[in-house]
Ligand binder design. Structure first.
Ligand code: TXE
Length: 492
């Protein structure tokens, strides 16, 4: 027992959609929502229809037009968003339990990371509200050329299940800071915490209709949101395949900009000159086992110099023994479940395929039998994975690391470059020149040197190259992506 343990049955669930500043229960089909820790159904959400999506978008458009959210002094908007962040912090114990109970986030992580990261992210974006400006263009002096930044109106957002609050806040907060209204659809697998986030936004003073949550499945509610003509801009985080469908749906209702944060197959390149191999092993290990590998920037391909590969693998095999899988409501859990049984089966299928093609599982390679009913998968390190094997080429989204070795820098960088993904990459070396060459060469949206993974440096944008996405979450770029520019030429 730890002080963080909680009873999953005791968590109150905010049910229904959240539209126009209130929870809305509808007679739509109910989607059962399962806890990944034990596969039990712990609640239901309505499968939002196109009509419900239309109701939410209409409420948002009305609020954008009639409330003063976009027209008020921007500093007031910032103040409301900061108050919202403070309420998120104040609600942390309850919000963390709500996040943990039905997601892959152990309560310890939800409390130490997800909730504070959400609050800090909101504060970061709040600060942009009164620091955004347009331009005065160079024109004849008897004219004034203005480039005016304006919000789109209603931003439609579709969020994933792997970090339900954090990923969604990176969509909602920059859109609101820029003066937009938002309609967001959470994943049907992790639907509840965003409703609570919306209630806290209302308490902080976000006007009714400016922040709405529509529940439902991707192919119904998600699709209806992406293709609603009342949406000015679409932002999505999820798989590359769904991202393409979202982009198509968005275009079919009239062209509109899309931000897509998609999948990855990110390499961690380790050169033979690293001074502290133990530290590198810990970093590489954390980058594929954190959230059981269900992280878009997971470092799922180790590309190690021949002189260090064996030692790194041995050290990681030791680290795996210290992980403690368990239900997310157990305060001592340090290793997450997989989001669902079908997703665990998919991970297993990719691993089995690699083993059939001749790969060796140094550790893991199967479902975690010790935990009944939950969807857990053993930390898995695969060596000798044949080129062309899906486990090497496709995003696994489970705690699976492939190991490849190299002789020289050229070979390392060639292996690191994935033909279709380019979300992130890690490079470990003591040689600054080599690190900088890699930074320049790697076709990835983020390159980490001698570290791996996102930090609270929200000013650093995140987003992919190639099939890993379009545009950025975080950074100034994320706010700018929620603004369009009007040109005015004034003769006097
Ligand atoms: O993702 P989807 P899924 C990857 C990861 C994982 C795979 C499948 O590889 O194994 O995706 O996961 C909504 N129109 N990532 O199926 O389908 C859906 O309801 C509009 C990477 O969960 O991309 C959910 O809200 N929306 C990733 C959201 O899209 C649709 C995070 C994501 O679901 C839709 C999650 C449609 N036609 C999964 N279909 C990352 N980049 O971090 C589904 N959705």
């Amino acid at each position: 027992m730890t002080a963080l343990d909680f009873d999953p049955a005791g968590v109150a669930l905010p049910l229904g959609h959240y539209i126009d500043g209130a929870r809305v229960e509808t007679a739509e089909d109910a989607i059962p929502v399962r806890r990944p820790s034990d596969s039990a159904v712990y609640g239901h959400v309505p499968d939002g229809s196109a009509d419900t999506v239309d109701r939410a978008v209409s409420a948002a458009a009305r609020a954008f037009a009639r409330s003063d959210w976009a027209s008020r002094p921007p500093r007031d908007r910032a103040r409301v968003l900061r108050r919202w962040a403070d309420l998120v912090d104040a609600d942390a114990p309850a919000l963390a339990r709500l996040e943990a109970v039905g997601s892959t986030r152990p309560i310890k992580d939800a409390l130490a990371w997800d909730v504070p990261f959400t609050a800090e992210g909101i504060r970061f974006f709040a600060e942009f509200a009164d620091k955004l400006g347009g331009e005065v263009a160079a024109t004849r002096t008897d004219q004034l050329g203005l480039v005016i930044a304006e919000p789109y109106g209603v931003v439609g957002a579709i969020a994933p299940w792997n970090f339900p609050l954090v990923m969604a806040s990176w969509k909602i907060a920059p859109a609101l800071a820029a003066g937009n209204a938002v309609v967001i659809k959470p994943s049907e697998m992790t639907p509840f915490s965003l409703v609570r986030l919306a209630e806290l936004a209302s308490q902080a003073g976000v006007p009714p209709g400016i922040f709405n949550v529509v529940q439902g499945q991707g192919r119904t509610a998600g699709d209806a949101l992406a293709r609603h003509p009342g949406i000015g801009k679409v932002t999505f985080t999820g798989s590359t395949r769904t991202g393409i469908a979202v982009m198509r749906a968005a275009a079919e209702s009239g062209p509109k900009p899309v931000t897509l944060e998609l999948g990855g197959k990110s390499p961690q390149v380790v050169f033979g000159d690293v001074p502290d191999r133990d530290a590198v092993a810990r970093t590489v290990f954390g980058a594929f086992t954190g959230n059981a590998g269900q992280v878009c920037v997971a470092g799922s391909r180790l590309i190690a110099h021949r002189s260090v590969a064996d030692e790194l693998v041995e050290r990681m095999a030791e680290l795996a023994k210290a992980l403690k899988p368990g239900p997310t409501w157990d305060g001592s859990t340090t290793f997450s479940p997989i989001i669902s049984t079908p997703q665990a089966d998919r991970v297993d299928g990719l691993v089995r395929g690699a083993l059939r093609a001749g790969a060796e599982a140094v550790i893991g390679g199967r479902r975690l039998a010790a935990i009944q009913d939950g969807a857990f998968y053993e930390p898995t390190i695969l060596r000798n994975v044949a080129p062309g094997t899906e486990a090497l080429d496709e995003e696994v989204f489970g705690p699976v690391l492939t190991v490849q070795t190299f002789e020289d820098e050229e070979e390392a960088l060639a292996l690191a470059d994935h033909p279709s993904y380019g979300l992130a990459a890690g490079v470990h070396t003591a040689d600054l020149g080599r690190a900088m060459r890699a930074v320049r060469r790697l076709k990835a949206g983020t390159v980490w040197v001698n570290r791996y993974g996102r930090t609270a440096d929200f000013v650093i944008p995140t987003g992919g190259y190639k099939g890993s996405g379009i545009g950025k979450d975080l950074g100034r770029q994320a706010v700018e992506a929620n603004l369009r520019h009007k040109s005015a030429l004034v003769a006097f």
